[in-house]
Every structure is written in C-alpha cells, then in structure tokens.
Ligand binder design. Structure first.
Ligand SMILES: NC(=O)c1ccc[n+]([C@@H]2O[C@H](COP(=O)([O-])OP(=O)(O)OC[C@H]3O[C@@H](n4cnc5c(N)ncnc54)[C@H](O)[C@@H]3O)[C@@H](O)[C@H]2O)c1
Length: 324
C-alpha cells in the first residue's frame, strides 16, 4: 500500500481525505502548520494511526527532513490559505503559503523524488462565467481575487515542475466544497449557525452568485480515484453539476431548520465577486470513472444535521463577517 504525505490534513477537506485514507489502509504522514483553520479535532479518531508533523510548508529544511524520513510514494498537497475574504484583507499569507509553500514542496519532491504529486488547485483559477458556458481543463486561467491568483500561481508552478523537471504532478481543480467540519467563515456553516441562533444571515449583494456545490466526501473520494488511476501531467476538474445561487442555498438551509427568511440580510457585495463557476467534469468521468454521488439536497441535509450535533465545536469558531 502506498505511503502518503498529506499537507493541510488538519483542514476541512484534507481531514476528510486523511480519514478516508486511513480506512482504505494507506500509511499517512501529515504536515500541517495548524493555522486558525487547522484543527486536530477533525482527525482525533485516527490520530494514532498517522504520523503528524506540526510544520509550515514554507520551511524547506523541515520539509526536506520529513521527505527523507518518510520517503512517501505520493504527496497530496491540500495545505493553503483558503478564504477569499481574508485574501482581500491581506494577500501576504496567501502568497507565502500558496505560492512559496507549493514551490518548496515541488522543489523538495524534485530533489528527493516521489511517485505522484497531487497538486490541489480550485475552479476559481478560471475566473468567472456569466449565465452560459463551462470551464474545461483547457480553459485559460483568469483568476480574479488575491486567493485565486495565489492558487493559479501554485497550479502553474506544479505544471511547470512537471514540464521542466519531470516532477510527476497531477493537477486537480475541485469546485466549492461543503460538508462536515468546514470552518464557520464560509457561506454554508455561517448560515447554519446564524440561523440556529436566530441571528441575521449576511448574504453578499443580491445573493445571485452561482457556485457548483461538491460534498466533501465526494471530493476526497475523487482525489483517491485520481491517485489510483490518474495520468501524470494531466489536469482533472472535479465538479458535481449541482449549481445553486447563494440565495437558494441560504433558503434551503432556512427551510431545513424551519426558520424564517426574514433572517436574511443582504450586505455590501464582496469586491471583485465572481458571478458564476461551472466545471465540465467529463474528463474525470471518462478517464477515471468517477462522478459525484451526493445530491445537493442529500449533502445539505447531512451537513445541517452535523452542525446541529456539533454546535459546540462550530459556534466557538464562528468568524464572520470580515470587514473590508
Ligand atoms: N473549500 C473549498 O471549497 C475548496 C474548493 C476547491 C479547492 N480547494 C482547495 O482545497 C485545499 C483545502 O481547502 P480547505 O477548504 O480544506 O482549507 P482549510 O482552510 O480548511 O484548511 C487548510 C489547512 O492548511 C493548513 N495550512 C495553512 N497554511 C499552512 C502552511 N503554511 N503550512 C502547513 N499547513 C498549512 C491549515 O492549518 C489547514 O489545516 C486548499 O488548497 C484549497 O485551495 C478548496
């Protein structure tokens, strides 16, 4: 069984990936700086089955030591600063972690050798769509926010390291994830927690922006399939075909919690807010045989239930809205 070195595995999606990996029998070494977004509570149940390094990916010497000690077959690189709003307030940590940190990992992978390097990118690197169209893996990158620019840089660095040095990089671009353990600064957990407390729910602009919502377990599953069957040097979009307007998402949550829509409070729009993302995910379906299993309704019901059962964890971390 392959040995994995997973970065950002104490984060929202990375922890789901690590939990699934342990169940599948993968040996896992996890590197995480434990920023405000990282939390060992997410991996408590499997903590004893992994090796944890509380390390910053920008620390090249430590990353080299970990590679030499662990000799991973594959790197799965989730670690990032991930919140667009925070990148608008201050881009510096995004450039440090997402660009420089990815560069360190690629460089160490080049020097120490690794079988596969999964570079986790995002649909946001493509920029925005209007009502029509989809993003293909071949669509040119046109990122809008400091976050998506930092991710596009990391995405391109990965492809440059494949082309220039032959580092075995596979680039993965998932759409908007949601589900259990998401840090409550993002739309869905913020809405659930505010609604549960009968507090007003901030919605940017008129709430018409569209995102393609991917359940976190489906995203982690797709990355395992890519790890097993993906072609080195390729790019894979991971989408769900579940496009929803923000306002629809909020109203669905209110309906599930039996709360009034009067709680909705439209706020000043996010600067540079992308209107719509939509991924064409034919390639992963045809080459790898993966498609999302969880419908939006099923996923959002599970998510609401999880936050009701884990209110203590979630409400102690509620961190919205940020001020521009
Ligand atoms: N959440 C989404 O909807 C989404 C969609 C597409 C792609 N992605 C990408 O997936 C990845 C994971 O996203 P997420 O939502 O789970 O993020 P997250 O913010 O929940 O977790 C990020 C993790 O990275 C760690 N980290 C941050 N800086 C670090 C550093 N310098 N060194 C080591 N560890 C560091 C944090 O402690 C945290 O555990 C990111 O690369 C993100 O860009 C996320």
């Amino acid at each position: 069984m392959k040995k994995l070195l997973v970065t950002g595995g104490a984060g929202f999606i990375g922890s789901e990936f690590v939990r699934q990996g342990v169940k599948k029998g993968y040996k896992t070494a996890l590197v995480d700086k434990l920023t405000y977004a990282g939390d060992m509570a997410r991996i408590k149940e499997i903590e004893r089955e992994i090796t944890f390094y509380n390390t910053d990916i920008t620390d090249k010497k430590s990353i080299e030591d970990i590679f030499k000690k662990e000799k991973p077959d594959a790197v799965v690189h989730w670690a990032a600063e991930s919140h667009v709003d925070r990148s608008i307030l201050d881009a510096s940590p995004f450039l440090d972690t997402n660009v420089r940190g990815t560069h360190v990992l690629l460089d160490v992978a080049k020097n120490c050798g690794v079988g596969t390097f999964i570079n986790i990118s995002t649909d946001e690197v493509y920029g925005e769509l209007k009502e029509e169209g989809q993003f293909y893996e071949t669509t040119p990158l046109n990122p809008s926010s400091p976050y998506s620019v930092s991710k596009a840089s990391a995405d391109m660095l990965g492809r440059a390291y494949y082309r220039t040095y032959g580092v075995p990089v596979i680039t993965v671009r998932p759409s908007n994830n949601y589900g259990h353990w998401q840090y409550p600064e993002k739309l869905i957990p913020v809405t659930i927690l505010k609604a549960m407390n009968n507090e007003s729910i901030p919605v940017y602009g008129t709430g018409q922006n569209i995102r393609e919502w991917l359940f976190v377990s489906d995203c982690a599953d797709a990355v395992f399939k890519i790890l097993e069957k993906g072609i080195i040097g390729e790019i894979y979009n991971i989408g769900s075909r579940e496009e929803k307007r923000n306002i629809e998402v909020v109203k669905t949550i209110l309906r599930l919690l039996k709360k009034s829509e009067d709680l909705i409070e439209f706020t000043k729009d996010r600067p540079g807010h992308d209107y719509r993302y939509s991924l064409n995910s034919d390639k992963i379906k045809e080459q790898i045989g993966w498609k999302a299993e969880t419908s939006f309704l099923e996923g959002i019901e599970k998510t609401v239930k999880w936050y009701i059962e884990n209110t203590l964890w979630a409400s102690s971390r509620l961190a919205y809205p940020s001020k521009y």
